[in-house]
Design a binder for this molecule. Structure first.
Ligand code: URA
Ligand code: SF4
Length: 209
């Protein structure tokens, strides 16, 4: 399997779909290659296209804030990516054929990182992972805020869907819902991600990684 940095180079040079034509930069994703937590958004927006980095605009600020304030983590502790790696013109929804062309990169990233928990942000990444693993997807509102176990390749992975942070930018109620979901994500992270052996060094000191 390609390493994450091989994938990064392949994505940056990719011309497998029409989104390559108008993009300034492809946005492979970034973070800790051994992250326990993987966040998956929809597609790059204008700021992401300019910088070649995921979630660097207003929605990204909200995501960073949730990661920091609720989970007590920094961006570098987690991995952040999208289903589609190039910006759709005028921020339209990605088309099925674009998701089909691009999603093998996401699947390779998941199998390489092997996160303990995947947080899908919004209906596109959630719907894609449900469909990919053969689960029925009754809509984001029905599945969000709960843990699901999905089979991705040979990997059984916990997936926790929540709303997309962009949807919460102008809606304080959704922002509260996302915050509540992040509190559940924190509990899941704290309860299951570390075995006793990983948590304590032999001298008894705490070691969360
Ligand atoms: N919205 C997304 O879904 N992804 C980004 O990277 C930025 C905004
Ligand atoms: Fe390639 Fe994905 Fe960009 Fe399409 S969206 S050109 S498949 S990297």
């Amino acid at each position: 399997m390609s390493s994450l940095s091989d994938l990064d180079s392949q994505i940056r040079a990719c011309k497998k779909c029409k989104l390559s034509e108008a993009r300034k930069n492809a946005v492979p994703g970034e973070g800790n290659p051994h992250a326990k937590l993987l966040f998956i958004g929809e597609a790059p927006g204008s700021n992401e296209d300019i910088q070649g980095r995921p979630f660097v605009g207003a929605a990204g600020k909200l995501l960073d804030k949730m990661i920091h304030d609720v989970l007590g983590l920094e961006r570098k502790d987690v991995f952040i990516t999208n289903v589609v790696k190039c910006r759709p013109p005028d921020n339209r929804d990605p088309m099925p054929e674009e998701i089909e062309a691009c999603s093998p990169y996401l699947i390779s990233q998941i199998l390489f990182i092997k996160p303990k928990l995947i947080v899908t942000l919004g209906r596109h990444s959630t719907g894609f992972l449900f469909a990919y693993s053969g689960a029925s997807f009754p809509g984001i509102t029905k599945v969000r805020g709960k843990l699901h176990v999905l089979k991705i390749g040979n990997l059984e992975t916990k997936v926790f869907p929540t709303y997309h942070p962009a949807a919460a930018l102008y809606n304080p109620n959704l922002r509260e819902t996302i915050r509540d979901d992040f509190v559940k994500i924190r509990s899941e992270v704290n309860s299951n991600l570390y075995t006793i052996d990983q948590f304590f060094n032999s001298d008894g000191s705490s070691n969360k990684r």
